[in-house]
Design a binder for this molecule. Sequence first.
Ligand code: ZN
Ligand code: ZN
Length: 235
Amino acid sequence: MDYDDRHRTFLQAVIQSGVILDQDAVVLCVKIFDEKIDISAIAARINDKLERLAMSMKAGICELTGNKYWSVVSTTHEETVKIPTELTQSQKMFLRSIYSEIIGGDGCISSTSCLNLCNSLETKFSMIEADRFLKHLIKQKWLYCKDGNIYMGVRSIIELMPYFRATYQDNFHNCFLCREVVFHGHKCDNCDEMCHYYCLIEYAKNRNIRKCPQCKHNLDISCITGNRYYYILHQ
Ligand SMILES: [Zn+2]
Ligand SMILES: [Zn+2]
């Protein structure tokens, strides 16, 4: 299929959404193209055009829900990608400290500790402003909130990986199943390597003997068989 106005309309809608859930993109696609087409195929057509604008339509998976999302990201000098430029200086500093806490800790931070970060900023940022901004970040999927804890949001995962790599270098875990970066996931109790919960679910589905691919120790999968994780409830 050649690139035409329908691709343009689809692209515009994705850009306007910020991030769009894969299932919603499929519905949108049926509306615009009048047929069900694989979103990856549409993204490939769009990306042929976006390349010269140094942009790309990319997918990412939410670590908490296992849901796939699409977003349009800048590919200009990837190593210098900054956190959203439309933010004020204080908002950027606040968001940077949240990212540092999430990456330096267990992949999450309590919302109370998160709000308290505004006290340690070099610029003035009130608790009320911080609270309002935090809600905005969660709504826009830059962050994810569950049970009073704040996690890395899917939009940050899709758009800011070059920024995280440049800023935090090797302070990441790579999932031992898919090799992508994992901020919050399951840790093997023998070797401390990590994997995404959604990868572990797929892995456990297809195997009777579950061993850590890294250290061959038996993998404890009780974390994905209970109701602890939201996406388990939605499968
Ligand atoms: Zn993975
Ligand atoms: Zn292991």
